[in-house]
Design a protein around this ligand. Structure first.
Ligand SMILES: CC(C)(COP(=O)(O)OP(=O)(O)OC[C@H]1O[C@@H](n2cnc3c(N)ncnc32)[C@H](O)[C@@H]1OP(=O)(O)O)[C@@H](O)C(=O)NCCC(=O)NCCS
Length: 183
């Protein structure tokens, strides 16, 4: 029987699995250099076929227990405003990495933090993870602030760990344990 991904509710958001029908809307949001330039894996330009291919991998990743991706949608009108994912899930070590983006029209309204909190809860309570880690580009203080608001602790600094938009970037590393205090 197929494993079903839950829907997570927060005050203002519904975090739900992506469906193939979401591809055009997702591609429209992600075809944006402001998102591309501070993320590690997204292509640019981001075209509809990228969204179709990516969404088509989700059920297999869920079943293998390696990744879970949530569409971040507004309760008010169901618009997709972003994504929060748990990736590199490792059952043996009970750890994963959280990654996220929010479309620029919705920045600085607390959405990444609100969605991130729900996904941390899901990771610790439902997936029984012990540790969730995160990385952000040094030149992306907004993401650093989200990570801090999630209660993650700074663990280190990786020099030139990413090549993006024609240059090397330093990454800052954070993590939170299931036993750490949560804001
Ligand atoms: C990083 C990102 C997810 C933040 O999303 P968001 O919904 O705006 O995040 P929040 O509103 O929850 O929090 C943003 C925080 O950053 C702060 N911030 C914004 N710009 C800032 C800057 N230049 N310097 C320092 N802090 C900044 C905001 O004031 C806010 O903090 P506050 O609540 O203490 O005031 C969003 O900018 C994004 O998707 N960027 C492109 C993709 C990306 O970088 N993803 C993360 C990869 S690690």
């Amino acid at each position: 029987m197929a494993i079903e991904q839950p829907v997570l509710l927060t005050d203002r958001l519904i975090l739900r699995p992506y469906t193939p029908d979401d591809a055009p809307e997702l591609a429209e949001r992600l075809n944006n250099p402001k998102i591309y330039s501070t993320t590690l894996a997204l292509p640019y330009p981001y075209e509809e076929h990228h969204a179709v291919e990516w969404i088509s991998t989700h059920q297999a990743s869920l079943e293998r227990g390696t990744a879970v991706h949530f569409a971040v949608t507004l309760k008010t009108d169901r618009t997709i405003i972003g994504t929060v994912s748990l990736m590199s899930i490792n059952e043996m070590h009970r750890r994963a990495e959280i990654g996220y983006w929010i479309g620029p029209d919705h920045w600085n309204q607390g959405y990444a933090t609100e969605a991130g909190q729900a996904v941390l809860d899901y990771g610790f309570r439902r997936l029984n993870l012990h540790r969730i880690q995160a990385q952000h580009f040094k030149r992306n203080p907004s993401s650093g602030r989200v990570i801090q608001k999630l209660g993650m602790q700074k663990e280190g600094f990786s020099r030139h760990a990413a090549y993006r938009a024609g240059r090397w970037h330093d990454l800052i590393n954070y993590a939170i344990l299931e036993t750490d205090p949560r804001p």
